[in-house]
Ligand binder design. Structure first.
Ligand code: PLP
Length: 453
């Protein structure tokens, strides 16, 4: 097809996820990519773009790995599909489960499979409620999530999400989801005199009654909410709080999992073991759809003791053989190429680069990174933390300038905060990080000029 025709057909027939509908209808898609290799994507005109977001925080091993294509081909040729309903199984799902159990912390050794992060989170919510019901506490139904959390887009996951814009579309959200102020370490440790106590997780548990709360869910590092790293001591305090009150802890590792933060899982940065971990994205580095829910053996054993009932939960594609084969190959690559350690080593390069941007540009501040999950912020007056007016569209302008220079990054804006997020493929080299920083610097200069005019 002619290139212009592709743009027209996209406009006509494709309803894009998380995209302004009118803008798409008028302008069509920004880019149409046709190939990927390493940290680069190539568009329909043959132009190469540095994918500093690993597309959607997921292409951890980089684009264009032929080994993955080969693993998928082999599996599809051998056993394209087989279900695991009604106690059936197949070799790939068994191998993947065993492999994952060697990577996950503590006794999180039992796995349920989905096709993505939202389904994993909804599964976790149903499992914890089912668990309490079987234990004779059906009123333990409430799920506490954090402000600015992103947990996905199915109705349950949207209800747990703490970014209000996502709530608007649902009209009516699922009941029994509450939101707490994020990262109130003092309150979670028991300081009830703290001004944020009422809105802390502890405050909510105590005002709602622990006998009504099933679980707390959190991301070790909030991704879509703005790359917000849990302060040291926070996850530990929440773990202790949950133990104190008999509440289950769910870690949403959809972005953090599989090396993103320089450890295999985000919680490993603080050595906290949740009761449930939800996984997706990096489990296959985005080569195919797969999500998983890791539950502790203790939880599974308790479910088994209490109930002889069927687990009335399962997707047609739970444990899809090709997805499992791809995940296994992806994990093999992560291990053989020591990609988690590489992500840890590259953290310093990314952070150094962002600090350079801070010294060079008056509007850049608040750099942070854990592994290869990093961000900085733009302020009109950084000394006095004076934000840009939303109408200035500072972060959006910077993204556009980066696009012009063939760098893909992401802006996150709320309440006057302008965040620039980065999460490149974990195989990125020092030189490629330098390229990101130099393009960012040029692009920031261009934005500074526009904002001062
Ligand atoms: N949880 C987190 C932390 C995420 O970042 C995402 C997606 O970005 C999800 C859940 C939802 O995953 P999915 O889009 O695969 O449903």
């Amino acid at each position: 097809k002619q290139i212009s025709q592709l743009f027209e057909l996209d406009k006509k027939h494709y309803l894009h996820p998380t995209t302004p509908i009118k803008q798409h209808q008028v302008n069509g898609p920004k880019f149409i990519f046709t190939e990927g290799k390493g940290v680069y994507l190539t568009d329909v005109y043959g132009d190469k773009y540095l994918d500093a977001l690993a597309s959607l925080w997921n292409v951890n091993i980089g684009h264009g790995r032929k080994e993955i294509a080969e693993a998928a081909y082999q599996q599809m040729s051998k056993l394209a599909y087989s279900s695991s309903f009604s106690n059936l199984s197949h070799d790939m799902v068994i191998k993947l489960s065993e492999k994952l159990s060697t990577l996950t912390p503590g006794d999180l050794n039992v796995f349920f499979y989905t096709s993505g992060g939202s389904e994993s989170n909804d599964t976790a919510f149903k499992l914890v409620r089912h668990y309490w019901k079987l234990k004779g506490e059906p009123q333990k139904r409430k799920i506490i999530a954090l402000d600015r959390a992103y947990h996905g887009i199915t109705v349950g996951a949207t209800s747990a999400t703490g970014i209000p814009q996502f709530h608007d579309m649902a009209a009516s959200l699922a009941p029994d989801f509450l939101h707490a102020a994020a990262h109130q370490t003092n309150c979670e440790q028991g300081d009830t005199t703290d001004p944020n106590y009422e809105r802390s997780i502890r405050g909510l548990i105590e005002s709602e009654g622990a006998e009504t709360v099933a679980a707390v869910i959190l991301e070790p590092i909030q991704g879509a909410g703005g790359i917000i790293i849990s302060p040291d001591g926070y996850l530990e305090a929440v773990r202790r709080l949950c133990d104190e009150y008999g509440i289950l802890l769910i870690a949403d590792e959809v972005i953090c999992g599989f090396g993103r933060t320089g450890k295999m899982f985000g919680v490993d940065n603080w050595e906290v073991v949740p009761d449930i971990m939800t996984l997706a994205k990096g489990i296959t580095s985005g080569y195919i759809q797969l999500g998983a829910v890791a539950i502790s053996e203790r939880l599974r054993d308790e479910l088994a003791i209490v109930s002889n009932d069927m687990l009335f939960h399962g997707f047609t594609y739970s444990g899809h053989p090709t997805a499992c084969a791809v995940a296994l190959k992806n994990i093999e690559i992560i291990e053989n190429e020591k990609i988690v350690q590489h992500a840890k080593d590259m953290e310093a390069e990314l952070f150094k680069g962002m600090c350079y941007l801070e010294t060079k540009h008056d509007i850049v501040t608040k750099s942070r990174a854990k592994g290869l999950l990093g961000a900085f912020e733009l302020y009109a007056d950084k000394e006095n933390r004076l934000p840009f007016e939303p109408a200035a569209m500072a972060a959006q302008k910077l993204v556009e300038e980066c696009f012009k220079r063939k760098l893909i990054i992401r802006s996150i804006t709320y309440n006057g905060t302008n965040i620039i997020a980065m999460s490149p493929p974990l195989i990125i080299t020092k030189e490629e990080i330098e390229t990101i920083i130099s393009i960012l610097s040029e692009s920031i200069s261009a934005v500074e000029k526009q904002l001062h005019n």
